[in-house]
Ligand binder design. Structure first.
Ligand code: SF4
Ligand code: SF4
Length: 112
């Protein structure tokens, strides 16, 4: 049973041990990671300063299976694999969730 204040993640019975977190500060929008993701959970999104330039990516952590391929092949080494609970907590600090996933905030999860 979940502790008070800790929500059970919706729509996901089992979480991978680790999830991919993009630090958008280092993302060039090269789209290499999109090519490798086996579950197509990486989206190219508008840049913060200008919607038409400086595009970056967001990873939907509700879909990520933790395969590490995006982190391995990112030429700019701006994707980190973190333990699932930590990733859910840290991702909003590194990845803005104000655009494509604004209506789907991350759940809170107890560390394993
Ligand atoms: S591979 Fe790295 S730099 Fe390129 S779009 Fe993905 S996260 Fe950004
Ligand atoms: S770890 Fe794998 S599933 Fe998750 S975003 Fe990266 S490529 Fe996709």
């Amino acid at each position: 049973m979940a502790k008070p204040g800790v929500e059970k993640p919706p729509d996901r019975k089992r979480w991978p041990k680790q999830l991919a977190v993009v630090d958008q500060a280092g993302c060039t929008g090269c789209e290499v990671c999109l090519e490798f993701c086996p579950v197509d959970c990486i989206d190219i999104v508008p840049g913060e300063s200008d919607p038409d330039v400086g595009k970056v990516v967001e990873i939907d952590l509700m879909e990520c299976v933790g395969c590490t391929l995006c982190a391995v092949y990112c030429p700019w080494e701006t994707i980190d694999m973190l333990p699932a609970a930590e990733a859910l907590e840290m991702a909003p600090h590194y990845t803005q969730r104000t655009r494509v996933y604004a209506d789907k905030p991350y759940p809170v999860m107890e560390p394993a």
